[in-house]
Write a protein that binds this ligand. Structure first.
Ligand SMILES: [Zn+2]
Ligand SMILES: [Zn+2]
Length: 379
């Protein structure tokens, strides 16, 4: 159980301690960078420390709720093997966990098995909600099967569960400005500057997010929501080999921690992708333009051009550079275009954080039905 929840660990690709909960190379708390950090002597890194007890408490509530609702795994032991176990008095299918024998009734009755994607694509989106004041902001994480195009998991940083003080998001007013998208190379560089200007690398300030006075639940720090998001995906799909993420350093940290075993064995790839797409219908080939290094970690990015379109790709692990040409954020791009045409979504700014989260989840189901039909017609 404890290894499933590791959050305080080295997060450096190539370090022997990557994702390990304990190591003789660790010392903590270390305040050298001005915040409590874990110091990994093997690679010299200082990942920020989390309050592990509060995180574990919230995460177990989060995983159990997801499991009870979806029926994809056991709410107690997270085992995935279940058997049908009769019906409840309302006539709804019950299931039993093969491992721990827990019996429960999933709220959502499964339409079909979910198949493990080859590549997962994850991006964030900021959407408005009505809190104590108007125009409060939710941080949304969307993960897609990058090849089939359907949504495989969606979460927001609103949680219905109680969350310890250290897990909660606090807007301090120094909100990161939107960056100029016209020059994609400069964009990547300025984004790295934003990470450096944070009080710690994972502490994004994305806008105000105060709930209504009577509202239950809490708004989480986006980094906590990200660890919760990828833990769910890791239980569903433990063997994912390719992860594509938008340019956000704590998404990198969460993915590499959650699938640490595969990354330690150099069995998985993680990529940052940034795009500037003005013509999404073109079939022209992508051309490689050159490489640049950016930011604190001096990561190497490659620039690609396709007519008016530009993309920047960065391997955060030992990814095969021949793959860079075919990688994109197309699945999320298509979804977001569709989402902004949905009336339920457009009017959601007047609704509570919990309600906006529900609407996003139900729209995701509609979208998946649409994608499923499109994929069937293509075959
Ligand atoms: Zn290390
Ligand atoms: Zn179980």
């Amino acid at each position: 159980m404890s290894t499933l929840f590791t959050i305080n660990s080295c997060k450096t690709f190539g370090c022997r301690n990557l994702g390990l909960a304990t190591s003789e190379d660790y010392s903590w708390p270390d305040y050298r960078l001005g915040y409590p950090a874990l110091h990994c002597r093997a690679c010299g890194s200082y990942p920020p420390l989390f309050e592990a007890h509060q995180f574990n408490e919230w995460l177990s509530a989060h995983l159990s709720a997801y499991a009870s609702e979806s029926g994809y795994f056991c709410p107690v032991c997270y085992g995935k093997e279940t058997i049908r176990y009769g019906y409840n008095p309302q006539g709804t299918q019950r299931v039993q966990c093969r491992t721990c024998k827990k019996v429960w009734t999933p709220k959502r009755q499964l339409l079909r098995e979910i198949t493990s994607p080859e590549r997962i694509e994850t991006v964030s989106l900021i959407v408005p909600f009505q809190g104590r004041r108007a125009d409060q902001k939710l941080y949304v994480l969307l993960s897609f099967d990058a090849i089939q195009g359907n949504i495989i998991h969606i979460s927001t940083n609103f949680t219905q569960h109680s969350a310890g003080e250290t897990l909660r998001y606090l807007c301090r007013g120094n909100i990161e400005p939107d960056l100029d998208h016209r020059d994609i190379v400069k964009h990547v560089d300025m984004r790295e500057m934003q990470f450096l200007h944070r009080s710690q690398f994972d502490e994004i300030q994305y806008g105000s997010a105060v709930l209504k006075r009577i509202a239950k639940g809490a708004i989480l720090r986006p980094v906590i929501a990200a660890h919760g998001h990828f833990r769910v995906l890791n239980i569903l799909f433990p063997e994912i080999k390719t992860h594509l993420i938008s340019h956000e350093c704590f998404l990198r940290g969460a993915v590499i921690t959650v699938w640490a075993k595969l990354f330690r064995q150099r069995q998985a790839e993680l990529w940052y992708i940034e795009e500037d797409i003005s013509d999404s219908d073109t079939n022209m080939p992508w051309h490689f333009q050159g490489k640049t290094r950016h930011g604190w970690w001096q990561s190497q990015w490659s620039l690609w051009v396709q007519g008016k379109n530009r993309k920047m790709v960065c391997s955060l692990t030992n990814g095969d550079s021949n793959n860079a040409k075919t990688l994109s954020l197309a699945a999320s791009r298509h979804y977001i275009q569709w989402l902004y045409k949905q009336t339920d979504f457009i009017h959601s700014a007047k609704l509570s954080a919990g309600r906006v989260t529900q609407i996003l989840c139900s729209l995701a189901q509609d979208y998946n039905c649409k994608i499923m039909k499109e994929n069937e017609n293509r075959e």
